[in-house]
Write a protein that binds this ligand. Structure first.
Ligand code: NI
Length: 169
């Protein structure tokens, strides 16, 4: 089912997610809905907070549904190692039309559970590393606009307020 994606400043986006302890049909339904909702909006990652659910669940698919092997389910994920720096443009489905460069680690290793509860580790570089960090941030209630420089953040917050006033947000 395609769910509504909530936009900033909806409070749930800044609410840290509850850890998942039950790997049941409700979780499988949430994961399926996250993929469906993400694909419908041409995203490459989506966190549960973005559909109004404060749980530590996110999905990533850099292939945008073209390669099933790239579908990633991250339950209770954490970064366990990081190195280097990258500074590239990011967007977020909860911030339509906002794209800005954000500083991130170049490489990360994450540890997470799949939808059955099995733990795994995975390395990411470049775009995948950025997607891991962006989605894990969401699960902590952290948004990419607060990773921007103060100047860029203020410019974008003003842009959002203007769009809100004009009914375009
Ligand atoms: Ni996002």
């Amino acid at each position: 089912m395609i769910l509504k994606i909530v936009k900033y400043p909806e409070p749930v986006l800044q609410q840290p997610g509850e850890p998942v302890s039950e790997f049941n049909s409700e979780l499988r339904k949430l994961v399926a809905d996250l993929f469906e909702t993400m694909y419908a909006s041409q995203g490459i990652g989506l966190a549960a907070q973005q559909v109004g659910v404060a749980k530590r669940v996110a999905v990533i698919d850099l292939s945008q549904a073209k390669d099933p092997a790239q579908k990633l389910v991250l339950v209770n994920p954490e970064v366990i190692f990081q190195e280097g720096k990258q500074y590239e443009e990011e967007g977020c489905l909860s911030f339509p039309d906002i794209r800005e460069k954000v500083s991130r680690a170049a490489k990360v290793r994450i540890r997470a559970q799949d939808e059955k509860g099995k733990w795994f580790e995975m390395d990411g570089e470049e775009l995948l590393s950025r997607a891991f960090q962006h989605e894990i941030d969401h699960l902590d209630g952290m948004l990419f606009i607060f990773r921007m420089s103060a100047l860029k953040r203020d410019l974008n917050l003003r842009k959002i307020r203007k769009m809100q006033r004009e009914g375009k947000w």
